[in-house]
Design a protein around this ligand. Structure first.
Ligand SMILES: Cc1cc2nc3c(=O)[nH]c(=O)nc-3n(C[C@H](O)[C@H](O)[C@H](O)COP(=O)(O)OP(=O)(O)OC[C@H]3O[C@@H](n4cnc5c(N)ncnc54)[C@H](O)[C@@H]3O)c2cc1C
Length: 613
């Protein structure tokens, strides 16, 4: 075992992690730990753009951007956070430009902007150009730019190191915190892929920037590595996850594959059509049509297919039509995604419409934070020294449905805030003592998996998980389908306890790490489904066929979901941190239970209204 000491440890080297690193490393001794080589992070796959009300091409302002974000999120957005994001968006784009990011330009030499779903002028009047972009590889450019600047700033990276545990001085998953006491994060335990060695990083501040969890689904735009590690580690330590029932299904995945075709295609003028050639979005969102927010477009597409107007031999997809766009325009603005259509479906987008269907894309929920990016351990108290930003966090600027281009923005704005806050705290704080052997549980788990002669296979369990989630917790949900998903997930969690790996070695044992990632996925799927069962309304990305209306009376609140020890009598432990009103529902599982609470939504300017486009 090796030990290290840093003022700030950042877990994750995607956009959020590296943006945090740039802020922290000039102020305090900082290390970035990443299971991937930084430029392989999923941020690099982002296509369409990053929005800011620059008004470089038409009139716009941050207040309209805030409103669109709040309305797009179906009013579950914390409006103070959305205001911060929309205001700081402008500097976030300019920061990147100054770091060297090659944005597309207008003929006058300004940063060009394109249209994207749900971004409007004057509170919904018409679509507005708000997304800054670099062709359809904006994320790639952001990631490369941030990485180059980190290298320039001598940020220390530990690449291909997997963080497998978060060290805290009070393990909430084991019980209560004594009244009036603080909870502090003190370090992380990591596994070095190359050697199989365990490392302990002691830190005054820790920033989680571990990205999403799309791999709980089978059809997804997400990379294989998006397994919800940071969220699961926080949950296992007894910290809540917020709004996990809200998962975004992006309308235009390549049919049958899930590979993403950016909304930028529709931003540039592409149109969705059903088997009758009809531009069906005119019926669902008469004002902004194909540029309605993703939850609405995805649901409309699924509905067309259900009602028999799907295309293809099985009538199970719709078509994205770019054939009326000039080939030169397509080549200039959408080169990568049109190439995906050629490569993976053998379709020529100049002349043929592209088969598309919704694909699991983005986790609106995650580790709850305040606007300083400090992690919450209940509906109000923070964990000292722990921060989160990016897709693993829930601040919550996306509410129940994220607008396109708001995530690349989120990771820059809140990544920066997290890095700065973490460094500032570290400069005032002392290192805290670590437990005697902080690696014990990780080492035991690894040894168990390695030494089990035979047992359940990772690939089988993961496939079963992804299939039940696709079948039962996708665009349309009911109590019945979700209950089936929960039963399946829990059966798989039981089987997982007997999982074994074929590679018993120490060096580059990816087999072993995939097994651990499966454990994270199962835990995230469980809380996603429990939260979805509990929310008996439809809002944003969460659509309950048995409760098709939004219900502001009962559900205008964030879900907070926790793990707690199973009380002896099987009842929910009814008090912790003095807030007994948390418990609306409890689900038992073996040695722990999943417990639900809530947190109020912060409303500043915009009272909830009916959402029409
Ligand atoms: C195909 C696609 C296209 C998209 N297009 C857009 C777009 O145009 N505009 C937009 O706004 N959004 C877009 N998004 C969403 C957006 O790209 C992501 O939400 C965002 O980039 C996430 O950034 P992040 O830094 O939070 O996480 P990531 O970039 O996913 O980085 C996560 C990091 O955490 C590390 N990590 C994870 N687990 C561990 C662990 N256990 N130990 C150590 N390190 C760990 C990884 O190594 C990685 O470095 C798109 C997403 C996809 C999938």
């Amino acid at each position: 075992m090796q030990t290290h000491q840093y003022d700030v440890v950042i877990v994750g080297a995607g956009g959020a992690g590296m943006r945090a690193a740039l802020e922290a490393s000039g102020r305090a001794r900082t290390a970035v730990i990443s299971k991937l080589y930084p430029t392989r992070s999923h941020t690099g796959a982002a296509q369409g753009g990053m929005c800011a009300a620059l008004a470089n091409v038409e009139e716009d302002n941050w207040e309209w951007h805030t409103f669109d974000t709040v309305k797009g999120g179906d009013y579950l957005v914390d409006q103070d956070a959305a205001e911060v994001m929309a205001k700081e968006a402008i500097d976030a784009v300019l920061d990147l430009e100054h770091m060297g990011l090659p944005f597309n330009r207008t003929p006058e030499g300004r940063i060009d902007q394109r249209r994207f779903g749900g971004h409007t002028r004057n509170h919904g009047e018409a679509a507005v150009r708000r997304a800054c972009y670099a062709a359809d590889r904006t994320g790639h450019m952001i990631l490369q730019t941030l990485y180059q600047n980190c290298v320039k700033q001598n940020v220390e990276f530990y690449n291909e190191f997997y963080v497998l545990d978060l060290i805290v001085d009070h393990d909430l998953s084991a019980g209560h915190v004594p009244e009036g006491e603080e909870v502090n994060a003190t370090g992380v335990v990591a596994y070095d892929l190359a050697t199989g060695e365990i490392h302990v990083f002691q830190a005054k501040s820790i920033v989680f920037a571990t990205g999403g969890a799309g791999k709980i689904f089978k059809t997804t735009s997400n990379a294989h590595t998006l397994t919800g590690d940071g969220m699961a580690l926080a949950l296992r330590r007894g910290f809540p996850l917020e709004d996990m029932e809200f998962f975004q299904f992006h309308p235009t995945g390549l049919a049958g594959l899930g590979i993403l075709l950016s909304e930028a295609a529709r931003g540039e003028g592409a149109i969705l059509r059903n088997s009758e050639g009809e531009r069906f979005m005119e019926r669902y969102a008469p004002t902004i049509k194909d540029l309605a927010p993703r939850d609405i477009v995805a649901r409309s597409m699924a509905n067309e297919v259900r009602e028999g107007r799907g295309c293809g031999p099985n009538k199970d997809y719709v078509l994205l039509d770019l054939t009326h766009l000039e080939p030169a325009h397509i080549d200039a603005k959408l080169p990568d995604i049109t190439e995906f259509a050629r490569t993976y479906l053998g379709v020529e987008p100049y002349t043929e419409p592209v088969p598309v269907y919704p694909t699991a894309h983005y986790a609106m929920g995650g580790i709850p934070t305040n606007i300083q990016a400090e992690v919450l351990r209940n509906d109000q108290d923070v964990v000292k020294g722990l921060y989160a930003a990016g897709e693993c966090a829930c601040v919550s600027v996306h509410g129940s449905n994220r607008l396109g281009t708001n995530s690349l923005l989120d990771i820059n704005v809140f990544g920066k805030r997290a890095g700065r806050a973490a460094a500032e705290y570290a400069l005032t704080a002392e290192f805290r003592e670590l437990p005697e052997d902080p690696t014990a549980s990780v080492v035991a788990e690894l040894e168990n998996m390695r030494s089990r002669p035979d047992g359940e296979r990772v690939a089988d369990l993961r496939k079963a998980l992804q299939e039940t989630m696709d079948r039962n917790a996708q665009v349309f949900r009911t109590a019945e389908s979700l209950t089936e998903a929960l039963d399946d997930v829990r059966a798989l969690q039981k089987r997982y306890r007997n999982v074994s790996v074929q590679d018993k070695g120490r060096m580059f044992n990816t087999d072993l790490l995939e097994a651990l990632e499966l454990g994270f996925l199962l835990d995230i799927a469980e809380v996603t489904v429990v939260a979805a069962i509990n929310r008996k309304e439809s809002r944003g990305g969460h659509f309950r066929e048995d409760f098709p209306k939004r219900d502001d009376v009962n559900y205008m609140k964030h879900t907070m979901i926790y793990r707690r020890p199973l009380a002896q009598d099987g009842e929910a432990a009814e008090v912790f941190d003095g807030s007994d009103e948390y418990f609306s529902h409890a689900e038992e599982f073996d040695d722990y239970q999943v417990v639900l609470g809530s947190k109020p939504v912060t409303v500043t300017r915009y009272q909830p209204m009916e959402r029409k486009y």
